[in-house]
Design a protein around this ligand. Structure first.
Ligand code: PBG
Length: 325
């Protein structure tokens, strides 16, 4: 009596029975592919620490996005690697900046068949590699940075971005971007806020791909510390109050508790970012023959969904979309 000991066995007996009783599913519809586009290269450049990931040319990016749309992947998020960097990240909001050029071409290429997201930050564009403008003491100047973020968001929306995704963890960034977009006539552009973004060692490979490692110091002054969960809810609440349409937890697997807590506490769509280090670890172990890479990847992404994420940003989007066809 009590919990009937054979019940769960009976519902696990066969593949179709497991499919019928699955509480969570992973579908192509849940995937967003992060893509890097680099200025001034003729051929795509592989990222050594992220097997399968490249820095795209405009041309190879178009091809990749067309392939993703063909597989039914509903979204991509773009990161730019500019040819020139300076202290204020000037090319981030230049209409001819690498991401703006890409957005215009992709809008033409895929129409409305796919959601175009743009990461909105300065670290890829500044010569010091920090996510904001620096004050004379070398500290990130929060409020001066907000004006830059609003300007970048407007340039991205003007170039065709459907979703603006601020990742710099400046206070007030969502409100500043929302006001900037609305004033400039882009009230249809949505905001996906990186709300609970932790200062994580798992971003290492990304910094190779985006060529944006900080030249001094680190990001622990503005990104969250791994020890804390309550402030994740506070940060998320603030972003929603300021107008975030969707929120994100990042990284994903080491922060499943945060994803679950955010899911429970708020009703907006919740995204999770399965980040570069998480991807690289699976690829490295698989390349050594130590794990079954595709199976582990599917298990990771399904578990992120189970924790409560509505969709997942993952470098495995294309591979997984192919597996799920
Ligand atoms: C900042 C940004 C980072 C990532 C996404 N946006 C790097 C950072 O905060 O250092 C990391 C993503 C990943 O590791 O896959 N623009």
């Amino acid at each position: 009596m009590g919990f009937p000991e054979h019940r769960s066995r009976r519902t696990r007996r066969s593949d179709p029975m497991r499919r019928l009783t699955a509480e969570t599913r992973l579908a192509v519809d849940d995937l967003v592919a992060p893509l890097f586009v680099k200025e001034g290269i003729d051929e795509p450049e592989p990222v050594g620490s992220m097997p399968g990931v490249v820095q795209h040319t405009q041309e190879s990016l178009r091809k990749e996005v067309r392939a993703l749309a063909g597989l039914g992947v509903p979204g991509v998020i773009l990161f730019g690697v500019p040819a020139r960097k300076d202290a204020r990240g000037s090319s981030a909001d230049d209409p001819d900046g690498v991401v703006q050029v890409a957005l215009r071409a992709l809008r033409d290429e895929v129409g409305d068949s796919l959601v175009l997201m743009a990461d909105t930050c300065l670290d890829e564009y500044t010569d010091h590699g920090h996510c904001g403008l620096l004050d004379p003491n070398g500290e990130v100047d929060n409020d001066a940075t907000l004006e830059r973020y609003a300007s970048i968001a407007i340039a991205q929306a003007a170039a065709g971005a459907d979703v603006i995704a601020p990742s710099g963890m400046m206070d007030g960034q969502v409100a500043a971007i929302r006001a900037g977009l609305d004033d400039a006539g882009f009230s249809a552009a949505a905001i996906l806020a990186y709300s609970a973004k932790y200062a994580s060692a798992l971003y290492g490979p990304f910094r190779d791909a985006a060529e944006c490692a900080p030249q001094f110091g680190d990001r622990r002054g503005y990104q969250m510390q791994a020890a804390n969960s309550r402030e994740a809810l506070e940060e998320t609440a603030l972003d929603i109050e300021q107008g975030a349409d969707m929120v994100m937890v990042k990284p994903a697997l080491a922060y499943l508790d945060i994803i679950a807590a955010v899911r429970t506490a708020f009703d907006v769509p919740v995204a999770a970012y399965h980040v570069s280090g998480e991807y690289a670890m699976v690829q490295a172990a698989a390349a050594n023959g130590w794990i079954d890479g595709p199976a582990v990847m599917l298990e990771h992404l399904l578990s992120i969904r189970r924790a409560g994420a509505d969709f997942v940003l993952t470098y495995a989007a294309r591979e997984v979309a192919e597996l799920l066809q």
